[in-house]
Design a protein around this ligand. Sequence first.
Ligand SMILES: Nc1ncnc2c1ncn2[C@@H]1O[C@H](COP(=O)(O)OP(=O)(O)O)[C@@H](O)[C@H]1O
Ligand SMILES: [Mg+2]
Length: 235
Amino acid sequence: MKKGEMLYEGKAKKVFKTDEADTYIIEYKDDATAFNAKKKGTIKGKGVVNNKMSAIIFELLKEKGIPTHFIGLLSDSQQAVKAVEIIPMEVVIRNVAAGSFSKRLGVEEGTILNTAVFELYYKNDAYDDPLINDYHATALGFATAAEIESIKKLAFQINDVLVEFFKQHGMRLIDFKIEFGRFHDEVILADEISPDTCRLWEIGTERKMDKDRFRRDLGNVEETYQEVLAKIETN
Ligand SMILES: Nc1ncnc2c1ncn2[C@@H]1O[C@H](COP(=O)(O)OP(=O)(O)O)[C@@H](O)[C@H]1O
Ligand SMILES: [Mg+2]
């Protein structure tokens, strides 16, 4: 497979065409942004960590029957994926109150939620990725009701797999953000799952092991990303 022209460059990754119509190459960058790009920086080695971690997790999800875009790793910072039409929504699952949820609803960070919470955001930086519900999504044509049903089902299945996986590797999955895309009439998991897109707290110490270290200037950002990868790479 040959790498072709760059299709788009996002905040964390570049997407390239290939000589195969159904396949893209994603290149993970060290660039870091937070608060919808109001805070910018670099996390050395992040591209490699996020590329490898996404590969491990998407392989795991595939084993559990979740359809994903992941095809295979090409290098430390690049992977081949199925070319999807991204559904313009950020899907968030929360197990424990944190971040914008705590702020918006006045719930102390760390509060365990009675049930996992499913949230949708309209993926649009110009409007700060506003919170929406399934009515907004269908009314505005982001997704059909049937697509939202499968997204919801997949998101909770993914949560079950990931909560257990991170627990086995010494971390609590507080919340995470995922994106879905259309691939030949099927809705599949796309984008990435990494410390940029998950909140992970170390079991025992409650130490934050995710992008909150960058967002909140907690220090040891690079080291912690490496540590997360090392943890999930050990059995
Ligand atoms: N399999 C895929 N096919 C097409 N686009 C994808 C795929 N996986 C992820 N993308 C898109 O690639 C873009 C680049 O990723 P990223 O840098 O994270 O962007 P953003 O700045 O929107 O967060 C995003 O728009 C994301 O939705
Ligand atoms: Mg992104």
